[in-house]
Design a protein around this ligand. Structure first.
Ligand code: PLP
Length: 402
């Protein structure tokens, strides 16, 4: 009986499986860095055995799958299955569409922050502001949730309308998807968010609706009801497991691949939580891969503080409860703004307020003596250009700051 390596796209199955259904298998594949048995197929390449392995590999984004006509116990590594081939940037930066500009441009940069690094300590920033539509990490979910909805036929019955609750970034990403695919987007944004967002969304051809609440999650039900009434698609970033999946398949894998390329592995990763999509996937990926050899820290706004894009765990999140970060650190809004400005002034890059919160979280760990040697990765979710109003307000309150 022989084992063949078959492109995953040539395998067929009638079952539809979500990431939640195969989470344990995905975890053990990450831990073993490979699989221990073949996927069983018939002559037509229809999967007839070890479906869960096939689906886990699909969720992880491998290119080739070892198959046989009866199960064979054998070890095949993720590398051998083309696990990292997902990330294939276009070397000369010529793109055949603006969509390619997103996924053929990954990985987003991982840059050493020299102002925070010294001796054996290297602090890296993953610059999600380099994504083309919203200048944020949310382009990833906007794209993935949207293409999956098309694949699953969800867009067919719709009125080519797309509704979503957003603190801006997901909104811009979805406005871009709508523009590219001939849809109309309506984005519901809380009143706590900067005024600039309305203009940006309108420029992108979307409708911006302000809701008098301070958190997006507070009006998801209203958006859902409106979407049902108008036969619009509501992708719902707070519940849609493709939010978690896209970060597992790309964002986390990129950090892994980027550090491997310089023969390093992460000592700790620090990031902010909003829907919790990216940090939950990063925690899942690295905690399974390296177990207790890696620390994961999340930051959230301190009580009664508003930091655009992130919020407190108790306001209700899905995926963070699938994983166990080592700690969640409270950050004040003022600290977040101050640290965004510090990064601009020491590293010359403009980053958003939630990135400032991540830096503040890292500094808290340093103060507490918890940072030693090693490679620390700070996930910076977006570019700073959207926060001119908050920067202005902060700077105008005191000469020492300007
Ligand atoms: N930072 C910014 C600026 C964001 O827009 C978001 C999400 O909206 C986050 C952080 C949090 O990301 P996630 O929703 O993956 O938890």
């Amino acid at each position: 009986m022989s084992i063949r390596m078959v492109p995953i796209n040539e395998l067929k199955t009638s079952r539809k499986v979500g990431i939640r259904d195969v989470l344990d298998v995905v975890a053990s594949i990450l831990h073993d860095n490979g699989i221990n048995k073949t996927v069983v197929v018939n002559k037509e390449n229809i999967v007839i055995g070890n479906h869960e392995v096939y689906w886990a590999l699909r969720k992880l984004g491998v290119k080739l799958v070892p198959v046989s006509s009866r199960e064979i116990d054998t070890y095949v590594s993720l590398e051998y299955m083309g696990f990292y081939d997902d990330i294939s940037p276009e070397p000369y930066r010529v793109f055949m569409s603006t969509l390619e500009l997103l996924y053929r441009n990954w990985p987003t940069p991982l840059v050493l922050l020299s102002g925070l690094s010294h001796n054996g300590l290297r602090v890296w920033a993953k610059l999600e502001g380099f994504n083309p539509f919203s200048g944020s990490i949310k382009d990833r979910i906007g794209w993935y949730m949207f293409i999956k909805a098309i694949e699953e036929g969800r867009t067919l019955e719709s009125n080519k309308l797309i509704y979503e609750a957003t603190s801006t970034n997901t909104g811009i990403a979805l406005a871009a998807m709508a523009a590219i695919h001939g849809f109309k987007a309506r984005l519901y944004i809380p009143t706590s968010i900067q005024k600039l967002s309305d203009t940006l969304l309108k420029v992108m051809g979307a409708e911006a609706v302000r809701v008098s609440k301070s958190l997006t999650v507070e009006f998801v039900d209203k958006v859902d009801a409106d979407a049902r009434r108008d036969q619009a698609i509501h992708l719902n970033q707070f519940e849609n497991d493709y939010n978690f999946e896209v970060h597992l398949r790309y964002t986390a894998k990129e950090i892994d691949l980027q550090l491997r390329s310089i023969k390093a592995r992460p000592t700790a990763i620090i990031g902010g939580i909003g829907t919790s999509g990216h940090m939950s996937a990063i925690t899942f990926y690295f905690k399974n891969k390296f177990r207790d050899k890696i620390k994961i820290y999340c930051v959230q706004p301190a009580p009664d503080n508003i930091i655009p894009g992130i919020r407190r765990i108790e306001s209700g999140m899905k995926w963070i409860h699938w994983v166990k970060p080592d700690r969640v650190i409270d950050i004040e809004r003022e600290e977040a703004i101050r640290e965004s400005i510090n990064i601009a002034r020491s590293e010359g890059i403009l980053v958003g307020l939630s990135s400032g919160a991540v830096v503040a979280g890292f500094k808290r760990l340093v103060e507490e003596g918890l940072v030693d040697e090693g490679d620390y990765v700070l996930v910076f979710p977006d570019h700073g250009f959207k926060y001119v109003e908050q920067f202005n307000e902060y700077l105008s309150r005191g000469d020492s700051r300007s």
